[in-house]
Design a protein around this ligand. Structure first.
Ligand code: GTR
Length: 342
């Protein structure tokens, strides 16, 4: 197989061999080009970070290992590529934590509304033992969690009006990721939650199938959603991070030394990503303002958090989840090093 496969080739290959329990391979010079998927375009910080990890891997193995990222959703939506990853049809995948909340309750923790008080707080929690516990929780599901990447703060945007209070969202059809947690959060505000893959949002906004959605500024900008939904209201209700996973099937085929290398290079890509991310948020915000988007601060955040916080009780039910949520709440914001050290 060549290093550059078409979507059909990868999926056909993955489907065919998936049934046989075999793995697709991208052999190169006696080594291996690991395949990875991302729904974002190639200049997005998540894609750049995995490319950087691949560069480091290649450098340290003299070209024996590397990564080819299929960016721009070439291989499909996150829930589909996740399924392919779990049976080993894809070696790696960068997704948001939201679609994983459907399969592993521990991933709900960093996805809770109004949990992190700041970027430093979020980074401190994810770089430490709590983050490691969430990464490890994916192993029984056929995936090894390698690292988290920033995804900023998600806020609401819509085609109708600025949102100042939950009342302004009443009756609006808001697109959410495929996650019961996200559906519950939006319902708690009195809006109508519509789960949908990211790739369908632009058309759905233009055609009026939905009235709005919620996301960080870089995704709102990159997906051109602002063209159809020009009201962006800074509720900052969720900081659910991105995650990079490796298929357990591929992981188990690596030697212990290569596993360490993969883990180490993933870890090194985190501070690299954070630098790109912070710049991307600034650039996207500037471009959005220059495009005439109406951005508004939301003064009464408590009105939103009071309604959304009760979903914690519904989704945080096990003693382990409760222990980790309490540990995050007790953390010092300033503990965030930003260095991405697990
Ligand atoms: C973005 C995230 C994507 C995807 C998308 C969405 O912020 O980077 O992985 O989850 O949101 O809303 O579907």
């Amino acid at each position: 197989m060549t290093e550059f496969m078409t979507r059909r080739a990868v999926l056909g290959w993955a489907g065919g061999i998936g049934a046989l329990g075999l793995l697709p391979g991208c052999e190169r010079r006696g080594g291996r080009m690991l395949t990875s998927s991302d729904t974002h375009p190639s200049d997005y910080p998540t894609v750049q970070a995995v490319n950087e990890m691949g560069r480091l891997l290649s450098e340290r193995t003299e070209g024996r290992l590397g990564i080819h990222v299929y960016a721009g959703g070439q291989l499909g939506a996150e829930r589909d590529t996740l399924e392919i990853t779990t049976f080993g049809g894809l070696d790696m995948n960068r997704v948001n934590l939201a679609p994983l909340t459907a399969i592993e309750p521990m991933t709900v923790i960093p996805s809770l509304p109004f949990l992190f008080r700041s970027t430093a707080h979020m980074r401190a929690a994810l770089d430490g033992a709590v983050g490691q516990a969430v990464l490890d929780s994916l192993r029984p599901h056929g995936m090894v969690g390698l690292c988290f990447y920033d995804s900023g703060e998600r806020s609401f945007y819509n085609t109708k009006r600025p949102v100042q209070t939950p009342e302004d969202l009443k009756g609006l059809k808001i697109r959410v990721q495929n996650s019961d947690l996200f559906v519950a959060m939006i319902k708690a505000l009195g809006a109508d939650a519509t789960p949908m893959d990211a790739g369908e949002v632009y058309q759905a906004l233009v055609q009026g199938v939905i009235d709005g959605a919620e996301n960080n500024q870089p995704s709102y900008f990159t997906g051109r959603h602002f063209e159809a939904a020009p009201f962006y209201s800074l509720t900052r209700h969720v900081m659910a991070p991105e995650i990079l996973v490796m298929s357990m099937a591929r992981w188990e085929k690596l030697s212990p030394a290569d596993r360490e290398l993969v883990q180490e290079t993933a870890r090194l890509s985190v501070p690299f990503m954070r630098g790109l991310w912070d710049r991307r948020v600034m650039e996207a915000t500037e471009k959005l303002l220059a495009s005439g988007v109406k951005v508004n601060e939301v003064t009464d955040i408590a009105a939103f958090s009071d309604l959304m916080r009760p979903v914690w009780d519904r989704f945080i039910t096990t003693p382990e989840q409760k222990r980790l949520v309490a540990a995050i709440e007790a953390m010092d914001d300033a503990a965030g090093t930003g260095e991405g050290t697990p």
